[in-house]
Design a binder for this molecule. Structure first.
Ligand SMILES: Nc1ncnc2c1ncn2[C@@H]1O[C@H](COP(=O)(O)OP(=O)(O)OP(=O)(O)O)[C@@H](O)[C@H]1O
Ligand SMILES: [Mg+2]
Length: 513
């Protein structure tokens, strides 16, 4: 008898979207069950129903053979179902121990017995190998630790089945390894894990079985050891996915972005970006490789005007643009696909059409004599939705009602369509499905072949190696290598620079500029 079984689940959202259309899922006790499928296929919706955040329009859920009606998360928790969301839900100003123990003390008050909470959390943390600092404030710790907090919170509440919705999308490769080790511990302790991801390599590495969803239905469930990445991709997309980009050689053009001795120090005076100099030229993709946390994020934030540099300068087409806010940078025709789409990327309550012009509403053809031209805004929305295969009921629905990956596509569509001189793309394919990755990769390369200058930052080394013309490695805030992306460049070689085990001489760096 399966531990959890969902049969013929239908979910129609109030706006008429059929997000699940006869979905069935069967999960065995003690397994790691992966769920894959394109953006908008209905994965998160199905999970939300198992956790009581959404109620099925029709269909049955059985737990341990018994029919259950999970109509709110309290009920799910009482039944031993826990969930960690695509977007975290913690109370920022509270400590980790408080967040985990919050709402769990006898009487249900807000006051928490701190000493006991800290002790409990430490114990739990050791049992499952999920390392956290119980005394630290949640908003001061890295994203990987926040996620461990969410997992511990579910375990603290007695979760037997743990649902993880795209847990690795926000993690560095190393954090992903740690998470996988923790998941294996959970299984060892008798738990069951349901795990959503777009990364098929992860599915192959960690799962026992995989269920594939497509167009609001389940296509099937297979044993991981009896399938392969191409086979899964075919099941997901319904066609062959090659994941190769067509990248004709082009000659590098004139520099568009010139960065000179740029430094950014935090309040404590530590240089997170330390005297970096480089150019990004027309007809090239310059990729930044580096272990996350080595200054890449801060460098991008300075270059896009979100932070002011401590020293040094950057020029776009010969003009200095820094320290004057993001709009000044945009006006120099620099566009930016931000790393964190929810804080910097979209206005959730605004429509897709409005989000697509949010950076240029004051320009033609959208603003005529001070009035916004609703017609052009809508037309632009409809056209981009089609071009970027954004799954939405219409161009006028709020972006907040889209699936995670489709939100990301809205941002990518907006930034690609603004006829930029320089595109700064930070983690451009985070959270998007393989078909969309293929599309975004080809778009990036095509734009570069047409002459756009692109600065690409990605935690995915394979992505950088596939797309970049030159690769710059950052370590500890500094540029330690600048390498042409030739056939003899290997992950191992890059790895030495990324870990600080090797660095180029100033003369070598100079030569590659
Ligand atoms: N609250 C909501 N109201 C209306 N429609 C919604 C809501 N949440 C999701 N949808 C729609 O339901 C469909 C399925 O969305 P869901 O979030 O389940 O997809 P997903 O498979 O998790 O996609 P992704 O990989 O992009 O996260 C999408 O068309 C989405 O726009
Ligand atoms: Mg989702």
């Amino acid at each position: 008898m399966p531990l959890l079984e969902a049969q013929h689940i239908v979910k129609v959202y109030p706006n008429g979207v059929v997000a699940n259309n006869g979905v069935s899922l069967s999960v065995e006790q003690g397994e790691i069950h992966a769920i894959v499928g394109e953006n908008g296929a209905g994965k998160s919706t199905l999970m939300k129903m198992l956790y009581g955040l959404e109620i099925p329009t029709s269909g049955q859920i059985h737990l341990r053979g018994q029919p259950v009606h999970i109509d709110n998360p309290h009920k799910a928790i009482a039944l031993g179902v826990g969930m960690v969301h695509q977007n975290f839900m913690l109370v920022d100003s509270f400590s980790i121990a408080e967040n985990i123990a919050l709402g769990m003390e006898p009487g249900g008050g807000i006051t928490v017995d701190r000493a006991k909470a800290i002790q409990d959390v430490e114990k739990l943390s050791i049992t499952y190998g999920l390392q956290v600092d119980p005394r630290a404030r949640v908003d001061r710790v890295p994203v990987g630790m926040r996620q461990r907090v969410e997992i511990l919170k579910a375990l603290y509440r007695g979760a037997e089945i743990l649902i993880l919705d795209e847990p690795t999308a926000v993690l560095t490769p190393r954090e992903t390894n740690d998470l996988f080790a923790a998941i294996r511990n959970l299984i060892h302790e008798g738990k069951t894990v349901i795990f959503i991801t777009h990364k098929l390599r992860e599915v192959m590495e960690i799962s026992d079985r995989v269920t594939v969803m497509r167009d609001a239905r389940t296509v099937g469930t297979v044993q991981t050891k009896e399938t392969s990445i191409p086979a899964l991709a075919r099941m997901m997309v319904g066609r062959e996915v090659f994941m190769v980009v067509d990248k004709p050689p082009v000659k590098r053009g004139q520099p568009v972005l010139q960065v000179h001795n740029l430094t950014y120090a935090n309040e404590a005076g530590r240089a997170l970006v330390n005297r970096v100099s480089f150019n990004v030229c027309q007809y090239e993709i310059l990729g930044i490789a580096g272990v996350e946390g080595n200054g890449q994020t801060e460098l991008v934030e300075v270059l896009t005007g979100l932070r002011s540099p401590t020293a040094g300068d950057a020029m776009v087409d010969g003009k200095s643009v820094l320290g004057q806010g993001p709009r000044r940078v945009r006006e120099a025709r620099v566009t930016h696909i931000p790393e964190d789409r929810l804080t910097n990327g979209v206005a959730r309550d605004a429509s897709i059409s409005d989000n697509l012009i949010i950076d240029r509403y004051y320009r033609d053809p959208f603003a005529a004599r001070g009035l916004l031209s609703l017609n052009s805004i809508r037309k632009n929305g409809v056209a981009l939705i089609k071009q970027f295969s954004i799954l939405a009921q219409s161009s006028e629905v709020p972006v907040g009602s889209l699936s995670g990956g489709n939100m990301q596509k809205v941002i990518v569509a907006r930034e690609f369509s603004s006829s930029p001189r320089l595109l700064i793309a930070a983690q451009p394919t985070r959270g998007v499905d393989i078909g969309a990755i293929e599309f975004i990769h080809q778009q990036l390369v095509d734009k570069r072949t047409e002459g756009l200058a692109i600065l690409l930052v990605s935690a995915d080394l394979q992505e950088v190696m596939k797309l970049a013309d030159r690769i710059m490695v950052m370590y500890n805030g500094e540029i330690v290598a600048m390498l042409p992306n030739s056939a003899d460049l290997t992950e191992e070689k890059l790895g030495l620079y990324m870990l600080g085990a090797a660095r180029q001489t100033p003369a070598e760096l100079e030569a590659a500029l």
